[in-house]
Design a protein around this ligand. Structure first.
Ligand SMILES: Nc1ncnc2c1ncn2[C@@H]1O[C@H](COP(=O)(O)OP(=O)(O)OP(=O)(O)O)[C@@H](O)[C@H]1O
Ligand SMILES: [Mg+2]
Length: 395
């Protein structure tokens, strides 16, 4: 197997069996110096790290043991600027993996560890060295919204999710929405915002992009959320570049607690940057044959591009439990090859009125089911990400 080495990797695993399997991996061209020890995450102190000087640490973690998770957090806080951490675990749940990612782990490897997954993870982790993971990296949550075909409700969900997050808890979290759907973005329309600036101002002055500049080009919605709007003109998707988008996300994550991103339908090199950086990628779809077929295709493409599926949540929007549906939940899950994570009910009258007036759903109809579902969705997502304080105060 090929890697852009040479790279020093230190692996600390929980059993001789895993140690043996890792020792059997063959890396082409001696591209990796791979040292494997049996031990616990808590054993990986400064003496071990400073003595070895790894570029990448591969740590086998017991997710049900909070002291191990804390030890991992400490390692990333102390060494996150000079190395990357790849975690692996025998008992990984989706929520556990999200928790690890939130701590700043570069990648996660399920067990048993396959050679190809190991190579991909090490390659990915090596690209992340020095990207400021850990101590000084802002810990904002990034959520992105993608759709397999148009009209699924991705923008509705992004906009209403932003309102919901801004109203959560007593801490008044800072929320921003970046409309990166360069060609057809209409978040501003759904929020009834008049805006002087747009993402094109960032594109035209990339060198100026810092916190103050970003706040300056944001439109302000009276729910408290800030919105970087899409341009009124149709711009080519490659007006944005991976570097500029990475910088935009870094700056937004420093300025805000939650960064939500409405994405274009097409996948390009810079959209991958967003998906990789997202704590959760919400794939918004509906229970129709065409939408499920395209969702499956989109998931396949994402897998081919190495986008970690543990971050992807499938949301079925406009869900009608009583209708004789084109596709049942079971059939859809079978076709998708995975479970559907969330369901948002169909309520055209309320949703449309809220989007027309640019307001939160509850301002149109108190206790609307759509809003309740979005609230519940975020409570579950934030809990998975370890944002327990916020969830507790919002109950
Ligand atoms: N839960 C819902 N119940 C009823 N109508 C909905 C619901 N969600 C969205 N809609 C309606 O569906 C339409 C499309 O929604 P939206 O613009 O959010 O989709 P999109 O996936 O962003 O599409 P685009 O491809 O244009 O970006 C809107 O008219 C909206 O009012
Ligand atoms: Mg949209």
């Amino acid at each position: 197997m090929k890697l852009h080495g040479p790279m020093n990797v230190l692996a600390v695993v929980q059993s001789e069996e895993i140690k043996d399997s890792l020792n059997n991996v063959h890396f082409e061209n001696n591209s990796v110096n791979f040292d494997v020890f049996v031990g616990k995450v808590g054993d990986v102190g400064p003496d071990v790290i400073d003595g070895h000087g790894p570029d990448v640490l591969l740590l086998d973690i017991n997710l049900s043991d909070d002291s191990e998770v804390e030890a991992l957090d400490g390692i990333i806080r102390t060494y996150g600027k000079s190395l990357s951490v790849v975690a692996t675990s025998r008992d990984a749940t989706l929520e556990g993996v999200r928790r690890l990612m939130r701590l700043g782990v570069a990648d996660f490897l399920p067990q048993p560890i396959s050679d190809s997954e190991l190579t991909t993870a090490l390659e990915y982790a090596s690209r992340k060295i020095g990207h400021g993971e850990g101590a000084e990296q802002a810990r904002a949550n990034v959520f992105s919204y993608i759709k397999p075909v148009g009209g699924m409700g991705a923008t509705m969900l992004a906009v209403q999710s932003a309102y919901c997050l801004a109203a959560m808890g007593t801490k008044e979290p800072q929320v921003c929405l970046l409309d990166l759907d360069l060609q057809f973005g209409n978040a501003a329309v759904y929020q009834d915002l008049q805006c002087k600036f747009s993402i094109m101002d960032v594109v035209l002055s990339p060198g100026d992009l810092d916190g103050a500049f970003l706040r300056g080009v944001m439109a302000h919605h009276n729910s408290g959320i800030d919105v970087l709007t899409a341009p009124l003109t149709i711009e080519p998707l490659d007006a944005l570049t991976p570097d500029l988008v990475a910088r935009l996300l870094d700056v937004a994550a420093e300025e805000y607690d939650y960064v939500l991103i409405d994405m274009p339908q097409a996948l390009t090199d810079w959209t991958q940057v967003v998906l990789d950086r997202s704590d959760v990628v919400f794939l918004v779809t509906q229970l129709t044959v065409a939408a499920i077929r395209q969702s499956r295709r989109l998931l396949e493409i994402m897998r081919e591009k190495g986008i970690d599926e543990a971050h992807t949540a499938i949301v079925v929007n406009r869900f009608e439990s009583r209708w004789s549906r084109e596709v049942t939940v079971k059939e859809a899950e079978k076709a998708l090859g995975r479970q559907i994570d969330y369901f948002v009910p169909n309520d055209y009258k309320t949703v449309n009125a809220a989007l027309n007036e640019g307001v939160r759903l509850s301002e149109i109809k108190r206790g609307s089911k759509v809003e309740k579902r979005i609230d519940a969705l975020f409570k579950s997502v934030l809990k998975g990400l370890g944002d327990k304080a916020l969830v507790a105060t919002s109950a």
